[in-house]
Design a protein around this ligand. Structure first.
Ligand code: CU
Length: 362
């Protein structure tokens, strides 16, 4: 049996290139560029936490859960479309067909061979033909599932070359996003609280930020139409980085790097949550991803003190005028940073202290 299993797997793998990729439905053009909403009405106390871009309001029914809806969210990546189509068209169809077949067979046997109609039961114990059929049919069903399944895995795990890498770090209980390709600045993303839950003058959630429990003060901003690689890890316990509209869910393990990727063509705001039980405030670490046109992404990077790859850094470190003095004579403050990161590159982001303060309030 093992050999047969391997043969099936190999056959399925070999057949995958033959199957043409399903044409991807173009994203609906109805929700043309959401109106650039004014920044949140709420006054922010810490100016560093103010959004660098005007807060783009989420598009209704895209990238957010819809109350009372069934099925998976509307997908905005090619992988998501392929996976959703596999689930909706193949898996659900097969499940329904098999359930109905078994139900029909049960019903038939119960009616046809009831005691009244069949007083002397058959003593048959073997039927070669039926045994071959009930072995072969499940094998064929599994092959029918394996072919698109392995093809999907192959597409998920052979990403195109990345245009941008973002390091996603889970913390109890907020996310940090590092942009190593853009100078290594870091964005700290905390959940936005409701108006009644914050001190007077603190920033609170508005509808432009997103739904309750999903809106974040700082969004994970990525450029549209680019392949973005996420390196996912954690600083403390296991979290999981999940954005349903991208078909993305991957664990954030301390001490390990997991990798996933997305390519989103449609600008917009997409929401997810930590999806691994990670402690008391696990339910309060949302993920808000804002996909913006590349030019807008460059502007956002600049507003965070970062640089675009290939661009000249704004302030080159001064390497001239070094007099031949001994190392011992150089004051400690003038010693170059061992990491090589210029001190001026520190991003103006809210520190995790914000989260601790938020935690303390709860
Ligand atoms: Cu978590």
């Amino acid at each position: 049996m093992k050999r047969i299993g391997w043969a099936i797997a190999l056959a399925a793998a070999a057949m995958t290139p033959l199957a043409a990729a399903a044409p991807q439905a173009a994203p609906p053009a109805t929700a043309a560029a959401p109106p650039a909403a004014e920044p949140a009405v709420a006054e922010t106390v810490n100016t560093a936490a103010a959004p660098a871009l005007p807060t783009v309001a989420p598009t209704p029914e895209v990238g957010v859960p819809i109350p009372g809806s069934l099925g998976v969210q509307h997908q905005v990546t090619d992988i998501g479309n392929e996976a959703a189509s596999f689930h909706n068209n193949i898996l659900l169809t097969l499940c329904a067909a098999m359930s109905l077949l078994v139900l029909a067979l049960l019903g038939y046997a119960m009616f046809r061979y009831r005691r009244g109609a069949n007083p002397t039961p058959s003593r048959t114990s073997h039927n070669t033909l039926i045994e071959v059929i009930w072995t072969l049919v499940p094998v064929l069903v599994l092959v029918a599932i394996a072919i698109p399944s392995i093809r999907l895995l192959r597409h998920q795990y052979s990403p195109p070359p990345a245009d941008l890498t973002v390091k996603v770090i889970g913390n109890q209980w907020y996310w940090t996003y590092e942009y190593p390709d853009n100078g290594g600045f870091e964005v700290v993303s905390n959940m936005l609280k409701e108006q009644g839950d914050v001190k007077a003058g603190d920033r609170f959630r508005t509808d432009a930020d997103g739904p309750r429990l999903l809106a974040a003060d700082e969004r994970l901003v990525i450029p549209a139409g680019k392949v973005v690689k996420f390196l996912v890890t954690s600083n403390d316990v296991i979290h999981a980085f999940a954005v349903p509209a991208f078909w993305t869910k991957i664990d954030a393990n301390p001490g390990r790097l997991n990798e996933t990727w997305v390519k989103v063509d449609r600008p917009g705001v997409y929401f997810g949550q930590c999806s691994e039980l990670c402690g008391a405030r696990h339910g309060f670490m949302p993920i808000a991803v804002e996909v913006v046109p590349p030019a807008q992404f460059a502007a956002w990077v600049a507003s965070k003190g970062g640089t675009m790859p290939g661009a000249k850094p704004a302030a080159a470190p001064d390497s001239t005028g070094s007099s031949p003095v001994s190392d011992a004579a150089v004051p400690a403050a003038a010693q170059p940073e061992p990491t090589g990161a210029p001190a001026g590159a520190e991003p103006a982001t809210t520190e995790p202290a914000t989260n601790q303060a938020a935690t303390a309030q709860n």
